[in-house]
Write a protein that binds this ligand. Structure first.
Ligand code: FMN
Length: 147
């Protein structure tokens, strides 16, 4: 079974209430667990950053759902590649609320969003995140919050 990793950034449509966000997380956890998908979902200042890892077919069908989901828009793929091992092997969808992000993490998130928005010509492939610290930013959550 081939493993795939996909990272995207998207913009929340309207103001998502906390209970609506919770619904997304709960739903994501349940269906990801069933599909063998793991990852990370960050939400800060109206922007989602999600990392998905799992069977290639499962990631692909989830992406079709995500692209149709009206709760967010401007979905930009930052990374999409086959992988040998997962960065986030444990959680069906680790979720870190904005209030738990450190000042440095918020800054890194904003920088990343600016880098992505400043380079629309690079949307898709090669990944805009490849040289702007995306991998290190995401991996830092796996190390710090895995426990
Ligand atoms: C930012 C965001 C992240 C999401 N992440 C997931 C996810 O990781 N897994 C998942 O099954 N659904 C996720 N969803 C919800 C899907 O878009 C979709 O609504 C859900 O899979 C239900 O689809 P279905 O009823 O057609 O099966 C997410 C939605 C949003 C807005």
């Amino acid at each position: 079974m081939s493993l795939h990793r996909l990272v995207y950034m998207s913009t929340a449509v309207g103001v998502l209430r906390a209970d609506e966000l919770d619904k997304v997380y709960l739903r994501a956890k349940a269906s990801n667990a069933a599909a063998g998908i793991t990852g990370l979902l960050l939400f800060y200042e109206g922007t989602f950053l999600q990392l998905l890892e799992g069977p290639a077919a499962g990631i692909s069908s989830l992406m079709q759902k995500l692209r149709r989901d009206k709760r967010h828009a401007n979905l930009i793929i930052l990374e999409s590649s086959p992988i040998e091992t997962r960065i986030f092997p444990a959680a069906p969808m680790q979720h870190i609320p904005a209030r738990n992000l450190s000042i440095g993490e918020k800054q890194a998130f904003s920088d990343l969003r600016m880098a992505v928005n400043a380079r629309p010509a690079m949307v898709g492939s090669p990944a805009p995140g490849a040289d702007n610290g995306l991998a290190a930013f995401l991996a830092s959550f796996a190390q710090v919050r895995a426990a």
